[in-house]
Each structure stands twice: as structure tokens, then as C-alpha cells.
Write a protein that binds this ligand. Structure first.
Ligand code: ADP
Ligand code: MG
Length: 237
């Protein structure tokens, strides 16, 4: 029996603008992502990748179609329900979005404290542990400005994964990094996700990292144009 998909999307369409300016951006998207899958999404700029990611992440309301996160329908969900969903998702963006006035540890710790009612010393330990596992054990008390781009993105990964979310959404996380640092951060995401059973949906233009994916999707003009292995469509009867 198939496990419950982390994400199940049926006939999602999306529009920006109103009246005469209304423009369709996503066309009838169907997609399921399963626990532990690492899915890479590619496609030209403007093809709708970020829009789709923001719908999946509960950052934007569903207009048309159905979208379930761990079986919970997001179409028609209240803001409160969306906040609950966001707690189960880790986000990594192109810009690391760290807070400059907090140290590496404090940036990660803040994510722990937003999500759980745990004693502060445990939040500290948890943050230190995950920073060590991303290779920043010697840098936990550094401020972002004193770290390299790759190191900052590794803090962002630690922050996204520290609560062991069911899903990590990453929008061009290597775009600002050189080749080797880009490679390092995706391998790190891959390792942490496999350790925790987290699913990853990662948008990238970077062909050099495609091999970390279990599955590759391609967006084209708002449509899902290709899916390297649509496991749900396999008929083995
Ligand atoms: P991608 O991430 O693949 O580059 P996006 O989802 O960002 O694509 O954008 C898809 C299309 O929607 C583009 O034509 C873009 O200009 C348009 N778009 C994106 N965000 C908005 C917005 N907030 N309002 C209006 N149009 C938007
Ligand atoms: Mg984008």
C-alpha cells in the first residue's frame, strides 16, 4: 500500500491580477510527493515554479483545484490552519534570510522556539547539534556577516531542518553560491533529509545538482511538462 503523500495536488490552476488584467499562471497541475522523496523542479524563469512552491507551502491561498498536505486539504483553509501547515515545512530561499543581529545558533534556535514548547537549554543543545552536523560546530557563535555564502546557506539548511519537518521547500538555494559550495549544500540537504525521512522539493536552474534527485519535474509555461518517474502512474497489475 502506498503511504499517504506528503503533498497531493489535483487540478491546481492559479491566476494573478483582476478583471481585464487577470492572467493564468498555473494550468491544471497534478502531482504527488511521497515521504522521503527528493524532487527537483526545473524550468525556465517565469514558468510558475515559485508560484507553485508558495501554494504548496501554504504561503498563498489555493484559488482552483485541490491541494492536500499530509492529507489535510488546503483549499479553503483558514489562515490559522495555514499557519499550522507552515510549522511542518522548512523553507530555504535563494537569499538565506538569516537575521544579521543574531548568531548562527540564535538564528536556528529561534526556529526551534517558534515551533515547540521546550526548555531553552534544550533548544540551545538542539541548535548546536544540528549546526555541528552541517559542519559549523566551530562557528555557532558567529554572526552571519562573518561567514561565507556557503556557510550562511548551511545555517539556513540547519534552521529549515531543525524541527524535522515533513517537507522542505527550497527555491533556488544554490543560485548565489559558487559551484563547490552549491554542491556541498545540496548534498547536505540530501543527507539530513534521508536521515530524517523528510521530503524535499527543490527548484533549481543548476544542472550540476540534478543527480541528487530521486525524481525530476519540469515546468513549462505554467504546466508540468515532464515528470521523470511518476510512480503513481505505474501499472503493475
Ligand atoms: P518562476 O519561479 O518559474 O520564475 P514565478 O512563479 O515567479 O515563476 O512567476 C510566474 C509568472 O507569474 C511570471 O510571469 C511572473 O511575472 C508572474 N508573477 C509572479 N508573481 C506575481 C505577482 N505577485 N503578481 C503578478 N504576477 C506575478
Ligand atoms: Mg522563481
Amino acid at each position: 500500500m502506498m503511504p499517504t503523500p506528503v503533498i497531493s495536488i489535483q487540478n491546481i490552476s492559479h491566476y494573478y491580477g483582476k478583471g481585464a488584467l487577470k492572467k493564468q499562471i498555473l494550468f491544471d497541475i497534478n502531482l504527488e510527493i511521497y515521504p522521503g522523496e527528493i524532487v527537483i523542479m526545473t524550468g525556465p524563469s517565469g514558468s510558475g515554479k515559485t508560484t507553485l512552491l508558495s501554494l504548496i507551502g501554504g504561503l498563498r491561498s489555493v484559488q482552483e483545484g485541490n491541494l492536500k498536505f499530509l492529507g489535510q486539504e488546503l483549499s479553503g483553509a483558514t489562515q490559522e490552519q495555514l499557519v499550522g501547515v507552515r510549522r511542518n515545512i522548512g523553507y530555504i530561499f535563494q537569499a538565506h534570510n538569516l537575521l544579521g543581529f543574531l548568531t548562527a545558533r540564535q538564528n536556528v534556535q529561534m526556529a526551534v522556539e517558534l515551533n515547540e514548547e521546550i526548555p531553552q537549554y534544550e533548544a540551545v543543545t538542539k541548535s548546536q547539534q544540528i549546526l555541528s552536523s552541517v559542519g559549523l560546530g566551530e562557528r555557532i557563535n558567529y554572526y552571519p556577516e562573518n561567514l561565507s555564502g556557503g556557510q550562511k546557506q548551511r545555517i539556513a539548511i540547519a534552521r529549515a531542518l531543525v524541527n524535522s519537518p515533513a517537507l522542505v521547500l527550497a527555491d533556488e538555494p544554490t543560485a548565489a553560491l559558487d559551484k563547490q559550495s552549491g554542491r556541498d549544500v545540496v548534498e547536505l540537504m540530501q543527507r539530513l533529509a534521508k536521515d530524517q525521512g523528510t521530503s524535499i522539493l527543490l527548484v533549481t536552474h543548476d544542472n550540476r545538482i540534478l543527480d541528487i534527485a530521486d525524481r525530476i519535474l519540469e515546468m513549462e509555461d505554467g504546466r508540468l511538462a515532464r515528470d521523470s518517474q511518476s510512480i503513481v502512474q505505474t501499472d503493475n497489475c
